[in-house]
Design a protein around this ligand. Sequence first.
Ligand code: AKB
Length: 317
Amino acid sequence: MKNVLIIGSTGQIGSELTMKLRSIYNGNIVAGYIPGAEPKGELAESGPSAIVDITNEQQIAETVSKYHIDTIYNLAALLSAVAEAKPQLAWKIGMGGLFNVLEVARTMKCAVFTPSSIGVFGNNTPKDKTPQDTIRNPRTMYGVTKVSGELLSDYYNIRFGVDTRSVRFPGLISYVTPPGGGTTDYAVDIYYSAAKGEKFVCPIGKGTYMDMMYMPDALRAAIEIMEADPSKFVHRNSFNIASMSFDPEIIFNKIKEYEPNFEMEYQVDPLRQAIAESWPNSLDDTCAREEWGWKPEYDLDTMTKDMLAKLKERFKK
Ligand code: AKB
């Protein structure tokens, strides 16, 4: 049995991760949310939920105590583009929030998963097959909080023995909950346009490669790393994971194989473009494969078929 608190359960990965955890564990799988972002539908009906504002340590501790939580999934964060508009808030949630979670985990003996991101890398990082251990010098607030979060999580593991684990997520693609405020969001939005039969206006320039991943693989990564035997771990915070890398032309042409009339034009957003250019073209995920058996299941083709089928079904209704 496992009792899990998901902080940020109504966000892009949170809602799907909560449902997945409820389908595999029979303990308390608590959907933590902030007022104004309440769980709805199946997420609200299939298990307990609680108001957990990550900036409020007391609230986290009370929920951990009430539901006998042993694992916290800390998914609260502002994504890269929106964090540039609100850097102070991004720090408060990303770092202040993480500190609160780690303190509760230290005193109440919980394991902690906090996703990191390809955003930890910067302009001086090797771009292709970016290694696990390399230069992390982002110039975005999102990246700064993610690098600091990796360091703080490792510190709590080494200094206090808190079982902290993490993966560096690439852009996550899903037909369930849309992302908001990320640099990689275009790779989700493009499927929505294609499924609705609309022309797509792409904010990221031709030739800009970034790593992406289909949500089912991302959910598996988040669960499998927390279930892994840590005796083989050389790293903890945080592992490169990868499944596919493409630029806007490649995903557009892939969608056109299934939707021949699909059209796209470019209107590059300078903020997102600068962030995208500072991120790797592709990651080397050898350490995750060797240390806990990571292996992706989806590639661009299988993901595209599934995304288009699911979204077209939805828009038909
Ligand atoms: C973003 O674009 O900000 C996120 C990420 C890659 O971490 N999707």
